[in-house]
Design a protein around this ligand. Structure first.
Ligand code: FDA
Length: 385
């Protein structure tokens, strides 16, 4: 019998275990399907793990703002960076906003492994189910049965099944009668309908854009890809997109009139501060010649407005196999804040991506996973076992 069983050795489960080890003497086990911990951490951020962002608040998350605020208030980006620095890892700032591990993502997993001396890890165990029996939790795995007084579900989302992802967290919640929202791919590229297939011919071209999805506006780089559109701006936009139109401002708020006025005799493809390959292709789509700015008439001027507000409906996303995260999960309304303990089942906690909270691209999802894992650990350490 364990005091606490943690399901999943990803970011949330590892932080929860590390914190319990640090602030309690509880008997804790971590159960994981992979042969080692932190599979997603290791490959994240191109192998350098984007741990957090300079600007972290609920406005960058899709999910219940109160829960997000309360969880992050107890372990924000500054607290995470301080925690890492105290353990010899000083994340470096990139593009003035993203914090990455200085050497490799593996060093982050090593930091966690060093914090775990008192914790028992069980790898290569597929978690099959969890139930309550005589006041305790019983977890069935492919190998053996575990019993614990508290249960932390940190099994993540459903994207990247090649790294061990499953929807077991949702099934466990549903088994306890807890409301869930189906997982959907997020932080994924968007596929195109026929009218936008011209974008595929630009595969490899990247440019900064401003994308609007409903009331949400995201400014970052966009990448034209063979399958559709991708890059940081599109991945974050996919978080807020279900279906319907999005709008792309290829000029990122710059005035078209000012750009054309300053162009003089220069051709559009030279005067516009955009990749030439993109401009030529876009002009083709608009049915306009690549002409000197000084010769542009009302007809061309009207058509060129599409550069500032190109509206179209994507066909779908690149799917779970390419999505960095899953939106959906255990409904926020079912959890206490900030502990993430179930309102329905005392002693049962859901942390990390398995909760219906999903961040934009840029370190927001690790920040959420670490903060929620830690808040649950603090609540468990304070509770009477
Ligand atoms: P996580 O998925 O990390 O852990 C869940 C664990 O549970 C896994 O180890 C899994 O094997 C285990 N598990 C699941 N089902 C099981 C079962 N049935 N039996 C046994 N074990 C089971 N975020 C960010 O902030 N910055 C970044 O740079 C990136 N980069 C990035 C790149 C790529 C390619 C991906 C796929 C994702 C990212 N992310 C990211 C997202 C980030 O990785 C993700 O949000 C967190 O890992 C979520 O942490 P969790 O601990 O909640 O789940």
């Amino acid at each position: 019998m364990y005091d606490v069983a943690i399901l999943g050795a990803g970011a949330a489960g590892l932080m929860c275990a590390a914190r319990l080890n640090e602030c309690s003497s509880l008997k804790v086990c971590v159960i994981e399907g992979n042969a080692r911990a932190g599979a997603k951490i290791r490959i994240s951020g191109g192998g350098k793990c984007n741990v957090t962002h300079v600007d972290v608040d609920a406005s960058h998350y899709f999910g219940d703002a109160n829960l997000v605020d309360e969880v992050l208030a107890r372990f924000d980006n500054a607290a995470l960076l301080a925690w890492l620095q105290a353990r010899g890892c000083r994340p470096v700032l990139k593009k003035g906003r993203y914090y990455f591990c200085p050497r490799s993502a593996a060093e982050l997993v090593e930091i966690f492994e060093k914090q775990m001396r008192g914790i028992r890890f069980f790898y290569n165990r597929t978690i099959v189910s969890a139930r309550r029996e005589a006041g305790n939790f019983v977890v069935e795995t492919s190998y053996e049965t575990f019993r614990s007084k508290r249960l932390v579900v940190a099994t993540g989302g459903a994207s990247f099944s090649s790294l061990g992802a499953t929807d077991i967290g949702l099934r466990i919640a549903e088994g306890f009668g807890i409301e869930t929202v189906p997982f959907r791919p997020a932080l994924a590229g968007l596929t195109l309908q026929k009218d936008q297939f011209w974008m595929k011919s630009l595969s490899g071209v990247s440019l900064p854009v401003r994308i609007s999805v409903g009331t949400k506006v995201l400014q970052e780089d966009m990448l034209f890809a063979h399958r559709g559109i991708s890059g940081p701006a599109v991945l974050s936009a996919s978080l807020y997109w279900e279906k319907g139109e999005i709008e792309i401002d290829f000029l990122c708020g710059r005035s078209l009139d000012a750009l054309l006025a300053g162009g003089g005799k220069k051709l559009l493809s030279t005067a516009l501060p955009l990749p030439r390959r993109f401009v030529r292709c876009f002009l083709d789509v608009l049915g306009i010649d690549d002409m000197p700015c000084s010769k542009i008439g009302r007809f061309e001027r009207t058509k060129l407005e599409a550069l500032q507000a190109y509206r179209f409906a994507p066909a779908g996303t690149f799917g779970f196999s390419k999505a960095e995260v899953s939106k959906g999960g255990v409904a926020c309304s079912q959890l206490h804040a900030p502990s993430c303990e179930s309102r329905r089942v005392a002693g049962l906690y859901f942390v990390g991506e398995v909760v219906d909270v999903t961040g934009e691209l840029g370190g927001y999802n690790f920040q959420w996973a670490f903060a929620s894992g830690r808040d649950a650990a603090d609540a468990i350490a304070r509770s009477q076992l």
